[in-house]
Design a protein around this ligand. Sequence first.
Ligand SMILES: [Zn+2]
Length: 353
Amino acid sequence: MDIREIIIPGDTPGIEWRLPVLHFKGNDPQAPKIYLQAALHSNELPGTAVLHFLCGKLRKAESEGRIASDITVVPQANPIGAAQSHFGEMQGRFDLGTRTNFNRDFPLISLRDRAGLIESLDRYRAADRLKRELIHMALGADLVLDLHCDDESLQYAYIDEAFWPEASDLASALSMDAVLLSDGESSAFEEAVGFAWKYEVPGEKRSRLPGKLSTTLELRGRRDVYPGMASADADGLYAFLAARGAVTGETEPLAAFAGPAAPLDNIEMIRTPVAGTVLFHRNIGETVATGDLLATIVTKPGMADGEVEIRAPQAGLIVTRISDRLVRRRGDLMKIACDAPSTALRKAGTLED
Ligand SMILES: [Zn+2]
């Protein structure tokens, strides 16, 4: 395993960010190239823990000459966000200077323009420079996994329909609870990578990308950072890498993915019409029926008319839930994966800002 550092000069005097990049050299030039990163939202650490354990497994495979693919690992991709603290709380999702989500505004380019991503970097602010370095590395690979997590959550992934069902081996290897099939219409890291591949020939969009994968894995909730869980997920990722020929030996065939794969249009984003204290009746992992009571919002504590009920608009699996207990009007409460499209209007692109 080689270690190098990408240096990102800060935007103020005396600051410099150092980003460790770990690399395993493959012995088979035909094997797919792999890029793995975690904690682009720097307060989402389950993936960092998983990659820590995965690298241990890869070093063992390397010592036995079993690494076929070039594998690049960035276990903690956002030192800029990691350093942001506001009133004693880490702010890892948005750049405090610009309010830009660290996982949006990735350049949407054709793969053929990849080299230009890291030319004249002095023209860019530190956060944009970081984004260019990250996506430049990813576009050198065939299989790109961006490890995130949700608030309170099952394990699931956003997978562009261009990679489905080929990518069901990943869902199977990690025993995902659900797959959310996305439309690739955003500037998130994963979708910017897919965009570059789809428009490798500018103006000619490819709708299927065999042999490629770019995905966002949501490794449960923000607090789900435990040694056993991370180690088991690292085993799952390793099994996926083995199934795709990135590491050789001790490969076992993966079972077919049995979980639900729901288009984003079939995700019910449960929002609260009122502000108040949320009392959840149902938890992640539970299947609900149409009309089931999901939550009570206490709008006027102590008063007879002080409650509003939130009910399931259709049957489905509760995939995520917020951890806040004081909710603002129109705040998101849950994501429920359903069999039929939601009647709520959804813009193309991501479910959340
Ligand atoms: Zn995230």
